[in-house]
Ligand binder design. Structure first.
Ligand SMILES: [Zn+2]
Length: 149
């Protein structure tokens, strides 16, 4: 736990799986349903601060989350991002993107280009329970039962 680091604290995002080393969160971003984060549990800044085995593991989790997002959310594109400039605590953003979302083709943190279509956004939000279940099933199968249950 480091100071006021948002990823050292539990936060408002919904954990869908928690391991001893990392966790997968469903992010509360109303314009981007299906937005997930893979967060390392310890306060570590850079991927190369991790052991090789841990680096491989965290990236494998990112690939599994991407696959679940593709299967359920059917995005036009998936964005993977690891910046950590604001919060230097390893976290990967895994974001389903659609050509008509708020800021496509720019990043989700860019200035909005359009008002997102409310009907489509609601349709995508409707897939969240299926995404939550698939993430939970896939990660439980690969890494054993989540510690949060
Ligand atoms: Zn931290």
């Amino acid at each position: 736990m480091v100071g006021n680091c948002v990823f050292c604290a539990p936060g408002r995002d919904e954990p869908v799986y928690v391991s001893g080393k990392w966790r997968v969160l469903l992010v509360d971003e109303p314009d981007y349903p299906g937005f997930c984060r893979v967060v390392w549990n310890d306060h570590v800044a850079e991927m190369t601060d991790l052991s090789e085995a841990d680096r491989v593991e965290v990236m494998n989790v990112v690939w599994l989350v991407e696959k679940c997002i593709r299967d359920v959310m059917q995005p036009d594109k998936v964005n993977l991002a690891s910046l950590g400039n604001v919060v230097p605590h390893i976290h990967w953003h895994v974001i389903p993107r659609y050509v008509n979302d708020r800021s496509f083709p720019d990043s989700v943190w860019s200035v909005a280009k359009r008002e997102p279509d409310q009907k489509e956004t609601m349709f995508r939000k409707g897939k969240i329970p299926e995404l939550r279940k698939m993430l939970s099933d896939v990660l439980n199968e690969q890494y054993g039962l989540s510690l949060q249950r």
